[in-house]
Design a protein around this ligand. Sequence first.
Ligand SMILES: Nc1ncnc2c1ncn2[C@@H]1O[C@H](COP(=O)(O)OP(=O)(O)OP(=O)(O)O)[C@@H](O)[C@H]1O
Ligand SMILES: [Mg+2]
Length: 313
Amino acid sequence: MRSIVLGRGRLLSATVVVMSLAVTAAMSLVFHRTVRIDMLVTGFVCAVVVDVVITRITKHYREKLAQLHADLGRRVHERTAELQRTRDELIARDRMVTAGMLAAGVSHEIRSPLTVVRMGVDELRELVDGAEEAELLRDVNDAAERITAIVNDLSSLAKPADDPVGPIDLDGVIATAARLASYRFGPTVTLVRTTDGALQVLGNASRLVQVFLNLLVNAARATRPDAPNTITVSAEARADRVVVAITDTGTGMSLETQARLFQPFFTTGGTTGGTGLGLVICRSLVERMGGSIDVTSDLGAGTTFAVSLPCAG
Ligand SMILES: Nc1ncnc2c1ncn2[C@@H]1O[C@H](COP(=O)(O)OP(=O)(O)OP(=O)(O)O)[C@@H](O)[C@H]1O
Ligand SMILES: [Mg+2]
């Protein structure tokens, strides 16, 4: 359909004008036996009015259609992202179950040498009498117990266990985790703790030690040997939660690494003996205590893992 442009940029349909003028001329001929200019002008004005109305209605519905289209696009996008997330979660859970089955299979083999280690520690305890040696043996024993707990955790990824949950003194838990992790800190690492001793969370003490130990060891692994590094552990109450943030000034992570952090067996720590299960276990344990873990990281600048737990009381 051809159209002509009016002064204000509106398009006037040539067909509407031609038809209107033709009808007006025909009516003028029928009623007055001549083509009257005033009737033609009236016909033209009617055509303009009709065109303006049609243009407005069309514009209104075109805008509505565009909005509906945009809404639909957004919804499709959201749904696709949701499906993708669900799919990723299913794959991750499937891998966790596989990991759990594997661990269940080898746990017996691991427990046997562990029993030897613990018996050895017990016997050594009777032979040494220095306070420093006694503390070292206690740490070895703690570490052996932790290995047992980790093997059990892996098995429980396939079949979650019910750990008793109660009010826990956060400062004590963090102090234990920091002491156990300190063996992994190189000479360039300084640990800063800004926890408030009065904070209590609802959780399981041994599991929380395990979570913070994992996060501290990860932070220690990310530190640079040729520069001073600070690992900060801070805790603060936020409404009915307590958030423990473990921040390092290490290598940080690329977006690709961040996207894969919680995938079982994802590790960049090949040379340091990482298995890529630490964070999977941490998240599973924290979620079972009613908490969550958030990560923020800047490549080249450092990383923060924020563990949010329910406040006790
Ligand atoms: N603080 C951190 N800074 C930089 N990268 C990190 C940090 N924490 C975790 N990562 C990255 O996430 C990966 C997965 O961590 P995760 O704890 O699950 O496994 P891992 O430490 O490699 O092995 P595992 O804990 O089983 O011994 C790490 O290999 C590392 O690439
Ligand atoms: Mg780890």
